[in-house]
Write a protein that binds this ligand. Structure first.
Ligand SMILES: Cc1ncc(COP(=O)(O)O)c(C=O)c1O
Length: 426
């Protein structure tokens, strides 16, 4: 009998040491800037670097402007809902992408003049709010039912609302909850045209966690075929195609062994993993490559059929690198086990069991990583920051930095056992 090969534990590439060291070195070189914040605000803190946001905003816009004639940029507020993040991106020339009445209220209160409102299951109250601010809001409708509800609201107010419709990129599984199936687009546009209160201006789609533009390009091709089959009058109506967000930051997806497919399989089989020994990385393309590849596909498949504005809704790519966590060590219980003042309720999920981020000891800086369980103070063993730290040593009172926690952490924070850290904008 031939025995199958044992599974290769390292099919996920290792995170190159030199890149990791350069990343840590960058944050060590800003050490004084972060430590100074503590003179006025005690740890734990979220630190928001607004200049990083402004820089990312410029890089994103510049990349896509090189390849497309008419573009619009909207910051996806769900990725980090701190008002300063949205305000900074507004000042950098972005509009806002909101997904609830709460986010819409914040966007309006910040003075945003160009807002897209997307998401499934918008309530009547949310649609009423959008209708009341119709000069500033485009409603990206999610279903035939929502079209009827919005049309009824517009009719009651004897007014018109600017809209688009979201297309589902995957009709199977849980992603089918978003938008209408592309094959229904012609029927949707015909129904919209029968409602005088609905001004149909565009289309939207979104795919998440794009390490490369492959999924977006696939759908762009499909959409091109559908657009070509529409009556000319419907095509001429379309003023924008919004291709969503989902761009992964260029450093790639950094994983603990437990976050790799091989690690997950080991865990599922009940095998213990040796945490913290190795770090892995799924590489992501730089934004310039997304822009050139998407630009080419959009020009060929979309703009050739419907010359219009192309819109973008990035969240993670803009805010990921702009917010960090600053914690302090409260207790050292073993030479290789410390407890911090904050818990992972500050990020709202058990992120660091699967994702790797360096924990940098700003109090005893060194470009060396040592094994140590860095655990939070919550009453759950899943309260993990990491299994290593960068530094000479670690002791109670030390200040630890966990960089690049700007995306899907602050907006997922939970009130659970420990108070939430204060946000300091620098
Ligand atoms: C419709 C839509 N647009 C934009 C985004 C932002 O995605 P990301 O933060 O990955 O860029 C999301 C995220 O879920 C989304 O659902």
């Amino acid at each position: 009998m031939i025995h199958p090969e044992p599974p290769n534990r390292h099919t996920t590439p290792l995170l190159p040491q030199e890149e990791l060291r350069a990343f840590v070195q960058h944050y060590l070189s800003n050490r004084q800037r972060y430590l100074e914040v503590l003179t006025a605000h005690p740890a734990p803190l979220y630190i928001l670097e607004s200049d990083v946001l402004t820089e990312r905003a410029g890089q994103f816009q510049h990349a896509f402007r090189q390849h497309l004639p008419e573009v619009g940029f909207y910051y996806a507020m769900k990725s980090n809902n701190h008002p300063t993040v949205a305000a900074t991106l507004l000042a950098a020339g972005f509009g806002l992408d909101v997904s609830s009445g709460l986010e819409l209220e914040m966007a309006l209160s910040l003075g945003a003049q160009d807002i897209v409102f997307s998401g499934p299951g918008k309530t009547r109250a949310e649609l009423e709010l959008a209708c009341a601010h119709r000069q500033r809001v485009t409603v990206l409708m999610d279903s035939f039912g929502e079209l009827e509800r919005l049309a009824a609201i517009a009719a009651r107010h004897d007014t018109q609302v600017r809209t688009g419709v979201r297309l589902t990129t995957n009709p199977n599984g849980l992603w089918r909850k978003f938008g209408i199936v592309p094959a229904d687009l012609g029927r949707f546009l015909a129904t919209a045209a029968s409602h005088p209160g609905i001004v149909m201006h565009g289309l939207q789609f979104h795919t998440s966690w794009n390490l490369t533009p492959a999924a977006q390009i696939d759908f762009i091709r499909t959409l091109g075929v559908i657009l070509a089959s529409l009556p000319q009058a419907y095509r001429e109506q379309l003023k924008f195609i919004d291709i969503g967000g989902g761009y992964w930051p260029p450093q790639g997806d950094w994983l603990q062994e437990a976050g790799t497919p091989a690690g997950m399989a080991q865990k599922a089989m009940g095998h213990a993993l040796a945490p913290g020994q190795s770090h892995y990385r799924l590489p992501a393309l730089p934004i310039a490559n997304f822009a050139s590849q998407l630009g080419e596909a959009i020009r060929e498949h979309l703009l050739a059929v419907v010359p219009c504005r192309i819109c973008f809704e990035p969240g993670r790519w803009l805010c990921n690198d702009a917010m960090h966590l600053l914690l302090s060590v409260v207790d050292k219980k073993q030479p290789d086990l410390v407890i911090t003042d904050a818990g992972t309720n500050a990020v709202g999920w058990e992120r660091f069991e699967s994702d790797y981020f360096p924990v940098i000891n700003l109090s005893r800086p060194a470009l060396e990583e040592r094994v140590c369980d860095i655990l939070g103070a919550l009453c759950t063993p899943h309260d993990v920051w990491g299994y290593n730290y960068w530094g000479q040593a670690i002791e109670p009172g030390d200040i630890l930095l966990i960089p690049t926690q700007g995306a899907y952490t602050y907006s997922l924070r939970q009130q659970f056992i420990k108070p939430l850290p204060e946000v300091v904008v620098i």
